[in-house]
Design a protein around this ligand. Structure first.
Ligand SMILES: Nc1ncnc2c1ncn2[C@@H]1O[C@H](COP(=O)(O)OP(=O)(O)OP(=O)(O)O)[C@@H](O)[C@H]1O
Ligand SMILES: [Mg+2]
Length: 227
């Protein structure tokens, strides 16, 4: 169990809307070893984002067991879950979600402002992740002064700055041209291979999925495994 980053058993998610019940995920079993780079594909509405939200503790399953980094999430109170998430998961969004008036440095620094850390230690961390994503020379630019690919790299740096073992990415290359996309995919590969990060990446692009070590397909809330 210790070599597993994600252990999901019989996980279902239901949403109740009046009398109808929507089930975006149904009895899902999933095991992801530490350090794996997993791609998740599937048609629109098949439950991909719902699954990322469960894996990252943003949302909770209606049923089943979900153990991430050795912790059963269902057993955590909301406050503890928020703390757990800040330490263990970095979330990368398709549309970056950067704060427009803040510089790259300040955007990446944000998640650290909640943790007790000296200013100099914070500065060192932020600078080193921005260097890692290749933006050491763009630290003082605001998002509007960066290209889409560079904005996504800032978002990745922000997801990495607290050094979480798990990264989830929802179509991180969906909005990028081929060259910027391939830069992001190489970076994710490097993070899994050289830094041991476990990555779950949702993508619609089969070429992007090729960068991952395994691809799973979701269809109507169920997982189909392929080779
Ligand atoms: N908060 C919610 N309340 C009710 N239904 C929801 C909620 N969130 C998602 N759903 C439903 O769950 C299903 C799966 O949604 P989800 O966002 O996970 O799909 P997806 O695979 O990420 O699709 P896309 O590729 O378009 O992003 C959809 O039918 C959606 O309408
Ligand atoms: Mg989605």
């Amino acid at each position: 169990m210790n070599d597993l980053m994600i252990y999901c058993q019989g996980v279902s998610k239901n949403y109740r809307k009046g009398k109808t019940v929507i089930t975006p995920l149904e009895k899902l079993d999933l095991e992801v070893p530490r350090g794996e780079f997993l791609a998740l594909m599937g048609p629109s509405g098949s439950g991909k984002t719902t699954l990322l939200n469960l894996l990252s503790g943003i949302d909770s399953p209606s049923e089943g067991s979900l153990v991430i980094a050795g912790v059963e999430l269902a057993g955590l109170a909301r406050r503890d879950l928020t703390k757990w998430r800040a330490k263990h998961v970095g979330y990368i969004f398709q549309l970056y979600h950067l704060v427009p008036v803040l510089s790259a440095f300040e955007n990446v620094e944000l998640p650290l402002l909640l943790s007790p850390m000296s200013r100099s230690e914070r500065r060192e961390r932020v600078t080193s992740v921005l260097d890692l994503v290749g933006l050491g020379d763009r630290m003082h630019h605001t998002p509007s002064e960066l290209s889409g690919g560079q904005e996504q790299r800032v978002a990745i740096a922000r997801a990495l700055v607290a050094d979480p073992p798990l990264l989830v990415a929802d179509e991180p290359t969906g909005d990028l041209d081929r060259e910027s996309a391939s830069h992001i995919l190489n970076l994710l590969q490097q993070l899994s291979k050289e830094h041991g990060k476990t990555i779950v990446m949702v993508t619609h692009d089969p070429r992007a999925a090729e960068s991952a070590s395994r691809t799973l397909h979701l269809e109507k809330g169920r997982l189909l495994e392929t080779v």
